[in-house]
Design a protein around this ligand. Structure first.
Ligand code: SIN
Length: 320
């Protein structure tokens, strides 16, 4: 892999990578989103010689991610991606909703350049923080010739937006790409690519982003869970509130309690879009002949929700 030599834009949103704790021995009792992007970059002397441009887009714990921050972030990404002298972007982000932001950005940017999310499981003040290495690795991927699409880098693995999921609450190697496996590994600052980058279609994505940016209200899609004793009440309450879509985190291969299934069928009949994903962390929902509700294939519940939001938006745009 060759380095592109172009500028890299580092967009910061907060997270543990920018977190501070009172003690260097505290890896969990810290406040996320405390250090600014320039301070973060300045902790790595190796970056001083690189052509970086830095921008603080937000400063939040990613559990508080909102549509407003997504909108601002996507627009700033689009701005930097349009610059000829910028080869790629790095976004510093909390780990808790990183997979959602990655999937969302891939959906509304589908970039022909790399957009690399960098994160950390330990705060910047830890005795042995993981953020600096993750940031260096992310910058190496963003500067790699031929790289494209939205990916996340953590603990030396590069995960594609479609597959990346947080799988552990505190280990440094907190992410998985499930059955698909990582796109590659960063080894001593160089990328070893294992499979294809996420697909690029920036022109089509730009229309979606323009539409999203202009909309005051984004489609409302909620996630509910199938479980022992699941019933109709939550679905009925959501329909009464005018929800646009419901994703059910179903059991196993997309199975749903019969009381809940009936309520979802009624919701669908009243015009609410319904998708079945699974609460299983691995695998995909495989369709059956007797399915009464559509399924989301390999998408986790949080990603199925974003996919449905973007689809609803497309429908509104085309008036179908
Ligand atoms: C966050 O998601 O912002 C906090 C947790 C983390 O980054 O690991």
């Amino acid at each position: 892999m060759q380095a592109s030599g172009k500028k890299i834009a580092v967009l910061a949103t907060g997270g543990t990578i920018a977190g501070r704790a009172a003690s260097a021995h505290d890896n969990v009792g810290y406040s996320a989103a405390q250090m600014g992007v320039r301070e973060l970059v300045a902790t790595l002397p190796a970056l001083a010689a690189l052509p970086l441009v830095c921008e603080q887009v937000a400063q939040i714990d990613s559990k508080d991610m909102s549509f407003a921050v997504w909108r601002a972030l996507a627009l700033r990404c689009a701005h930097w991606l349009a610059q000829d002298d910028v080869g790629g972007l790095v976004i510093t982000h909390g780990t808790d909703t990183l997979e959602e932001t990655a999937y969302f950005l891939q959906g509304v940017l589908a970039p022909a350049k790399p957009v690399v999310l960098a994160c950390a499981m330990r705060p910047a003040t830890a005795l042995l923080p993981d953020g600096p290495q993750n940031l260096l690795d992310a910058i190496a991927v963003a500067g790699t010739e031929g790289a494209r699409g939205v990916v996340a880098v953590c603990a030396g693995s590069v995960h594609g937006a479609q597959d990346v999921a947080k799988q552990h609450t505190y280990r440094l190697d907190a992410f998985t790409s499930g059955d698909a496996g990582p796109i590659g590994y960063v080894e001593e600052g160089r990328l070893r690519l294992l499979r294809e980058w996420p697909s690029a279609d920036p022109a089509a994505a730009r229309q979606k982003l323009t539409e999203l940016a202009a909309r005051e209200r984004w489609p409302r899609v909620e996630i509910i869970l199938n479980h022992a004793g699941a019933g109709a009440a939550i679905v009925q309450a959501l329909v009464a509130q005018g929800v646009d879509g419901i994703v059910v985190a179903a059991t196993g291969n997309g199975s749903v309690h019969h009381d809940l299934e009936q309520a979802l069928q009624q919701a669908r009949a009243s015009g609410v879009r319904v998708l079945r994903s699974t609460r299983c962390p691995q695998g995909a929902v495989l369709g059956r002949q007797d399915d009464t509700l559509p399924h989301a294939g390999t998408l986790s519940p949080v990603k199925a929700r974003i996919a449905l939001m973007l689809e609803l938006l497309d429908q509104r745009r085309s008036g179908t």
